[in-house]
Design a protein around this ligand. Structure first.
Ligand SMILES: C[S@@+](CC[C@H](N)C(=O)[O-])C[C@H]1O[C@@H](n2cnc3c(N)ncnc32)[C@H](O)[C@@H]1O
Length: 294
């Protein structure tokens, strides 16, 4: 039985996890060199794709038969060039032996975006060929590790993990378009510089694709959103994060920095490996520099 664990180290190597020991993966990888979050993190697009391939291989090993890996990703626009991240990750996972099960489109509220310089070009030049729309969506890619044996789950566990049909219908989970508000870029928030996703995303995925007591893994932990929700939903939680500077953020989010509360919170083993990096300060300095240059 897997215990709750946070491993600071590179997710290309998940040696702490046994084969087939994970029941669901919910994650969002670093946005390829995105100017507002991860400028110049990778030397090239190939280096980014190679990370995705290596992680896909490890996930294939640690995920149990028939189980799901959900990746929240988006194509990235850098200096006017679009990188087809969604298509390339899909292709990589298929090549590594996963079944491509579904793509859900996460739509953010329209108020989130003001007309940018990019889409505003058409207002300056209201003619054909000047069209560059603003982006309001990301993709939630759902990959499956072979066939799931529905008969293997005991009736009692099924009942305990039953999906609330009212919520399913009211919130329109049955559509492959999910309207969910993003984490708003408020200053001094815990997740600043992490590109965190809203809790509603892991909430839906964990309810839809795992049973109570099972293990949920996030190989790109960031602030720890997936693990927080997994625990709240009675699942076990395991995460990998390469940036040791996020240790305090993760501890805060999971409330493992409050000894007074220890009785109420599940125990975590925190492992700090030698292949950690120091990223957050350096990346934030670059983002600030990029913003100044505008
Ligand atoms: C988009 S963020 C995840 C945000 C997370 N979903 C949340 O809600 O806070 C991606 C994270 O992956 C981490 N990362 C990048 N390369 C990694 C690697 N090779 N192994 C593990 N983590 C890595 C980054 O430091 C970053 O914190």
């Amino acid at each position: 039985m897997t215990k709750n664990m946070i491993i600071f180290g590179d997710a290309r190597n998940m040696k702490e996890l046994h084969d087939n020991s994970v029941h669901l993966v919910v994650t969002s990888p670093p946005y390829f060199n995105a100017p507002f979050d991860y400028p110049d993190l990778f030397k090239s697009y190939d280096e980014f794709l190679s990370l995705m391939r290596n992680v896909a291989r490890e996930l294939k090993r640690v995920l149990d038969e028939g189980r799901i890996a959900a990746f929240v990703v988006d194509d990235t626009l850098i200096k006017g060039k679009k990188y087809p991240v969604v298509a390339d990750i899909t292709k990589t996972f298929i090549e590594e032996g996963f079944k491509y099960r579904e793509r859900i489109v996460w739509v953010k509220p329209e108020g989130y975006i003001r007309i940018s310089r990019r889409s505003g070009v058409l207002l300056q030049h209201p003619y054909p060929m000047y069209y560059y729309p603003d982006n309001l969506q990301e993709s939630i890619l759902i990959f499956q590790n072979g066939e799931f044996d529905y008969k293997k789950i005991p009736e009692k566990l099924k009942e305990e993990s039953k999906i609330d049909i009212q919520e399913y219908q009211k919130e329109k989970w049955y559509l492959n378009v999910w309207q969910i508000t993003n984490v708003l870029p408020i200053n001094n928030r815990l997740e600043k510089g992490v590109a965190a996703f809203p809790e509603e995303i892991p909430y839906r995925l964990i309810k839809l694709f795992s049973y109570k007591g099972e293990t949920v893994l996030d190989p790109f932990l960031g602030s720890g959103t997936t693990l927080k929700v997994a625990l709240e939903l009675g699942r076990k939680a395991v995460g990998y994060e390469i940036d040791i500077e996020l240790l305090d953020v993760v501890k805060k989010k999971l409330k493992i920095d409050q000894p007074a509360l220890i009785g109420n919170i599940p125990e975590f083993e925190i492992i700090i490996r030698e292949d950690i990096k120091h990223l957050r300060t350096q990346l934030q300095e670059k983002v600030a520099k990029n913003n100044k240059g505008k």
